[in-house]
Design a protein around this ligand. Structure first.
Ligand SMILES: Nc1ncnc2c1ncn2[C@@H]1O[C@H](COP(=O)(O)OP(=O)(O)OP(=O)(O)O)[C@@H](O)[C@H]1O
Length: 858
């Protein structure tokens, strides 16, 4: 999945090289496979939610809420059908992950060697940071929840930043004087199965010193760095733990040295070593603070422990003096993926003066007021119309106060407007990314980009880079928070999109947080369908983002240029598939996009897409988990007779049967008999657990988005999570296909009311396949829990028959539906006076901005 998200190419030198690179660890990998097999035998899965009605769900709400994060149940009886024909199995998910990481590593090693020489970043450090220990937690003793279902385990992947932080921090910890160590928050191995059997449990610790109230100090463990990649947690001699008194945290590593992981000699130990997570907790007096329970029955579920663990990762990163100031500062420097957005106790850093602060979101009340107002307006005052024209972008403030934003600039290709009401602050401060931002320039996929070279070259020549070195070619568009110019880095022939934001404007309109959010997200992206941020140029007055330029305009404009103002189904499939991969990647990084619309999907020079505009995105924590579903395979929509068109995308059609996809088993037959067989097999296959690494549990109460694209739960103020992106994905798909959005009313309030209550209808024209209609229907489920993707993320959507036959992993090698025409390219010399005037005006504007200002290259 990761490989695919990164657009990796199987069979390229990256994979071959990675295998070579991995040689020192080959034996370990084989052992890992065996051990993973053993692990699977002990794992059971979270229960599915989809299909359960709200009322049915109601009784179980409290239970199920935590079940979202609840550990998996280990059960001796594993689901049947666990073989190689099940690519979505846990086993393969793990293997896929290893392969992905291995190939990533190879790519990194290859590409970073040059970059690291230039940047001074150690290759080993960078490579190491890609690795994520697999964390399996045994959270709840079986009998506390359900007798006889086996141990509960949760499998998690710690975000790469955490891992890199861990090793960094451990080193740091070693250098801390002994006295300081007593209050130094650092990492410990989180013993899962083996230790949990004997009462060990990770504590919820709010800062570097104190354990949470229910924690008690077993006074037994201490953390010790053995090597850069090896941690020991020594359990008390008195502990009755039989599995391992000394358990090593496994950090997958493929450096020159062989990993230090000890391969357990027996099955139980093997399992235990995989049930050890490299987490962190606080050390007091060289002791690991843990709640203890002599009896398993006293143990509590620790489904949320990860967030505390991660907070402490941060506290470990901050110096000990900070810790003495309390927990607040510790939280501030937390890596984004390490703080759950839904946790109310987090204190968010705000460097702005009190009066400059943007609407605070300490609770969801405001957004509920907003939505109440809107619903009232739309329901009880149907005649009330927004003063704005359709698709305006507006800022909804607290309660009934709404202010519509200005329209987009005349050059802007965008036509819909987004709402940005942060009624509950769920986004994280800049510091939250800082721990990861040291690596922010570390983008293996884009590191060979010529534009990087151009920037480095200019920087070398001039010592620094300022806007003066950019020649403005034209204004690309103006948005809510800035103006984007096409610019050329002088003397390099390289073009960039430079987004210029006026700091005073941002402050006075309370949009500084949005600008910050966008910058922070751009800094961490490295994906073929997402923009690369090359530099951030800033001074007191302006803040400029130097980004990759997309000459093909946006999909909204492109759609208008189509014959019937809509794309063909095949073109739609291509664009939405690329958007799907981009969203999946964002989710894996803990970013919920929230503003998908054709205006934000730009077209690159090569015809592939680039998702842009992250100022309304939400950053949150990702808690990877295993999910088992009742419905193994999405049942294909009932099709009429097989289509004879060669372009038909119906997976049950005769024509595309030769195509191979990567997520579900494919059958190479074309007869109706085989189709029937296929359906029968699909019905019989017992669903296997799937690893979900998307923030399906995240919750925010902000009122953000674009009217026609707003999900019902946002409008109703019920709190929303990553499922909103799948709703917008459905609207996006519908709009590309039919040339309009499904719930659009005469005014914005009508639109919102329609989104909440109107049934989905499909126009009779154009005629589209039943599979695409089925996908739209599944995405546009008003109840987020019933929505496709809500439970298992993008993988669930990828399995839909609409994408059958499309090799998503290789989609960036597919021929796009169309290439931007030459006249779309920015280097065209304007041919009319009017254009000349505009260019001259923009150049003047741009020049006035381009004073020597601080430059930050990524
Ligand atoms: N990388 C790019 N390449 C080409 N054009 C771009 C690029 N980035 C932005 N644009 C153009 O500039 C316009 C404004 O950019 P953007 O949407 O990022 O600004 P914004 O202030 O965040 O707007 P919004 O109100 O949508 O949030 C876009 O509509 C798009 O047409």
């Amino acid at each position: 999945m990761l490989l695919e998200a990164m657009g990796g190419l199987p069979g390229t030198s990256e994979i071959t090289e990675s295998i070579e690179d991995l040689n020192p660890a080959t034996d370990k990998q084989y052992c890992m496979k065996d051990d993973i097999n053993k692990l699977f035998e002990a794992i059971e899965i979270r229960t599915p939610r989809r299909g359960v009605s709200k009322s049915e769900q109601g009784v179980k709400d409290a239970f199920n809420k935590s079940a979202m994060k609840r550990p998996m149940r280990s059960s001796p009886s594993r689901a049947s059908g666990f073989d190689n024909s099940e690519p979505a199995s846990l086993k393969q998910a793990f293997r896929g992950l290893c392969i992905s990481q291995a190939s990533e590593l190879a790519a990194v090693k290859k590409r970073s060697s040059k970059a690291s020489r230039l940047s001074g970043v150690s290759e080993t450090g960078a490579v190491k940071s890609l690795y994520r220990p697999v964390d399996v937690q045994d959270n709840v003793p079986e009998h506390t929840v359900n007798e006889g279902v086996g141990n509960l385990v949760e499998i998690s992947l710690i975000p790469d930043r955490s891992v890199s932080n861990i090793s960094d921090q451990i080193t740091e910890y070693e250098h801390v004087p002994t006295k300081e160590k007593s209050t130094y928050a650092a990492y410990s191995c989180h013993i899962s199965k083996g230790a949990m059997e004997h009462g060990a449990e990770i504590s919820e610790i709010s800062d570097g010193k104190e354990a949470c109230p229910h924690s008690t100090d077993i006074g037994s463990g201490y953390l010790k760095e053995v090597s850069e990649r090896k941690l020991f947690l020594e359990l008390p001699q008195s502990s009755t733990a039989t599995s391992a008194n000394k358990v090593e945290a496994q950090t997958m590593s493929v450096s020159d040295e062989a990993p230090t992981t000890v391969i357990p000699s027996n099955k139980e130990q093997a399992l235990d070593s995989y049930l050890v997570s490299c987490s962190c907790t606080s050390i007091t007096g060289n002791k690991v603070m843990r709640p203890t329970s002599s009896s398993p029955s006293l143990m509590r579920p620790v489904s949320r422990s990860r967030m505390f663990v991660k907070k402490n990762v941060i506290s470990a990163l901050t110096n000990s003096s900070k810790q003495s100031n309390g927990g607040i500062d510790n939280y501030l420097s937390c890596s984004t993926s390490e703080i759950p957005c839904q946790t109310p106790e987090y204190v968010l850093r705000n460097d702005q003066r009190e009066e400059d602060k943007e609407p605070s979101e300490s609770c969801g009340e405001n957004s509920i007021e907003v939505s109440t107002y809107i619903l009232e307006s739309s329901v009880t005052k149907p005649g009330l119309r927004s003063s704005s024209c359709n698709r305006t972008r507006c800022m909804v403030k607290k309660g009934d106060e709404r202010s519509l934003s200005r329209e987009k600039g005349e050059i802007s290709q965008s036509s819909k407007s987004s709402i940005g009401d942060y009624s509950s602050t769920t986004s994280l401060s800049e510091e939250s990314y800082r721990s990861g931002s040291s690596r922010s320039g570390y983008r293996p996929h884009m590191s060979v980009d010529l534009r990087w070279e151009a920037i480095r070259c200019i920087q070398k020549q001039h010592g620094n880079i300022s806007l003066k070195q950019f020649k403005m070619l034209k204004k690309l568009g103006g948005g809510d928070i800035g103006t984007v110019y096409l610019s050329e880095l002088m003397g390099t022939n390289c073009q960039f999109a430079v987004k210029v934001m006026d700091n005073d404007f941002l402050t006075s309109r309370r949009k500084m947080t949005r600008a910050q959010t966008e910058k922070e997200i751009l800094q961490i992206l490295d994906h073929p369908f997402l923009p690369t941020l090359y530099a951030h140029i800033t001074n007191d007055k302006y803040s400029c983002l130097v980004m990759e330029y997309c000459p093909g305009g946006d999909l909204h404009v492109l759609r208008q240029k189509q014959a019937n103002k809509n794309f063909s189904e095949q073109a739609v499939r291509f664009y939405v598939a690329e958007v799907l991969l981009a969203l999946e990647y964002l989710h894996m990084l803990g970013v919920i996009y929230r503003d998908l619309k054709p205006e934000n999907v730009l077209v690159r020079e090569d015809g592939h897409i680039m998702l842009s505009d992250f100022d309304l995105s939400l950053r949150c924590v990702v808690n990877p988990m295993l999910v088992k579903s009742c419905s193994p395979v999405i049942k294909p929509p009932k099709t009429s007779s097989p289509c004879s068109e060669s372009s038909c995308i119906d997976p049950f059609c005769l024509h595309p049967s030769w195509q191979v996809s990567c997520f579900t088993p494919r059958f190479l037959s074309a007869t109706s008999k085989t189709r029937k067989l296929k359906a029968d097999i699909a019905a019989q296959v017992t669903p296997l657990p799937q690893l979900v690494v998307e923030p399906t549990d995240a919750r925010s109460n902000s009122f953000v988005g674009t009217h026609e694209y707003l999900a019902p739960e946002i409008i109703k103020g019920e709190g929303h999570g990553s499922a909103v992106d799948w709703w917008t994905f459905g609207i996006f798909l519908y709009e590309l296909l039919y040339g309009r959005t499904p719930f659009k009313g005469p005014g914005n309030e009508d639109t919102l009311a329609n989104v909440v209550s109107q049934c989905l209808k499909f126009p009779s024209y154009p005629v589209v396949s039943s599979s695409v209609r089925d996908l739209i229907r599944r995405l546009l489920q008003k109840e987020p829990e019933n929505r496709l993707g809500a439970e298992k993320g993008a993988a669930e959507i990828k399995q839909h028959p609409f994408f059958e036959g499309l090799n998503l992993a290789l989609i960036r090698c597919e021929t796009p539906p169309e290439l931007p025409r030459f006249c779309d390219l920015g280097n065209v010399i304007p041919d009319t006076n009017q254009q000349n005037k505009e260019i001259a005006k923009s150049q003047k504007e741009f020049k006035s901005i381009g004073e020597d200002i601080a430059f930050e290259m990524f």
